[in-house]
Design a protein around this ligand. Structure first.
Ligand code: CO
Ligand code: CO
Length: 323
């Protein structure tokens, strides 16, 4: 997306506080001194068989980019592609029911949407939220000394790929599905309350790819202790059985020599680069507030949230993985 956007004319408007040049997945537009809109959209093809779970996951994922900026979702539009000749409409009904449930859990409402006939099912939301234009969080504010906190375990791409390949049962996906269905709402509230300096959500570029974006946008280097990164059960074992998504290679190529990963097992490296769906927030926060934020996260249902590293001045490596 970044490559395409680079060639489009830039918009100039003093109220456009966060536009495409941030390479974040949501934009921010100021309406008043104390009120701004956060807008984002996301949709994709099913990654689990259960249509209801898929609807929940897709909606949680779409809402996440509003949370990553410290915003609160207010309205959402359904985006649907559905092969109505090949699949019964009950499937679509279940997808939309899952999505609606997550939107209402977020305290937002679905105001409409658009559907098309397509050979492959796809679902997601366009979400509008609000944020205080003086208090939003972006990927740009990380500064040396900050601690890094990740709010959800990594491994959803590996687990869903393993299920598609028949290496595990859909029943073995319970943990992954629970994690992907979880809203980043509580994590965002805790992050804003404790004054995070930067944040992003972890999705298609994986932990390393999104950490790289934060490093580049903030002009710093992120050091991640690989052994501290919370992982879904089975993630490394299944990655070793060829269940990494293609995205891990894309991230490795994209980050290239800006990644330093000495003494890191290559399978674990693949997992840390692999695509996530509806992943957690990666939050940078001043060291004296990190413990309080971590405690608040654990208390608000982010039971696997962990401190995984720290921020250093920009150097030859944008991301350094250490054991
Ligand atoms: Co997104
Ligand atoms: Co995002």
């Amino acid at each position: 997306m970044a490559q395409v956007l680079r060639h489009l004319p830039g918009f100039r408007d003093p109220n456009l506080l966060v536009g495409p040049e941030y390479f974040s997945d949501a934009g921010i537009y100021r309406l008043r001194d104390d009120l701004a809109l956060v807008q984002t959209t996301d949709f994709f093809a099913p990654l689990v068989d259960d249509p209801y779970a898929f609807g929940q996951i897709a909606a949680a994922n779409s809402l996440s980019d509003v949370y990553a900026m410290g915003g609160k979702p207010i309205t959402a539009l359904n985006i649907v592609a559905f092969p109505d000749k090949e699949l019964p409409l009950e499937v679509l009904n279940e997808i939309l029911r899952g999505g609606a449930e997550k939107v209402s859990e977020a305290g937002a409402v679905i105001v409409g949407g658009h559907s098309i006939r397509d050979a492959e099912v796809k679902y997601g939301l366009a979400v509008t939220g609000t944020v205080d234009p003086r208090k939003f969080v972006t990927n740009r504010g990380a500064s040396p000394g900050d601690r890094l906190i990740l709010t959800k375990p990594i491994g959803s791409g590996v687990l869903t790929t393993a299920a598609k390949k028949g290496l595990i049962e859909e029943s073995d996906l319970v943990e992954a599905i629970t994690v992907m269905c979880q809203l980043n709402a509580a994590a965002a509230a805790a992050m804003v309350a404790n004054g995070a300096s930067a944040a992003t959500d972890i999705t298609g570029f994986g932990l390393v790819g999104h950490a790289f974006e934060v490093a580049e946008a903030s002009g710093v280097s992120l050091t991640i202790r690989a052994s501290k990164v919370p992982l879904l059960a089975g993630a490394v074992e299944l990655a070793a059985r060829d269940c990494l998504t293609r995205a891990h290679k894309g991230t490795l190529e994209h980050v290239g020599t800006m990644l330093r990963a000495e003494n890191i097992d290559s399978t674990l490296l693949g997992v840390l680069c692999d695509a996530q769906t509806s992943g957690g927030l990666l939050i940078a926060i001043a060291p004296e507030r990190a413990a309080v934020l971590l405690g608040a996260l654990h208390q608000s249902g982010c039971s696997r949230a962990a401190e995984i590293g720290f921020v250093e001045p920009g150097g030859p490596a944008a991301v350094a993985l250490i054991p």
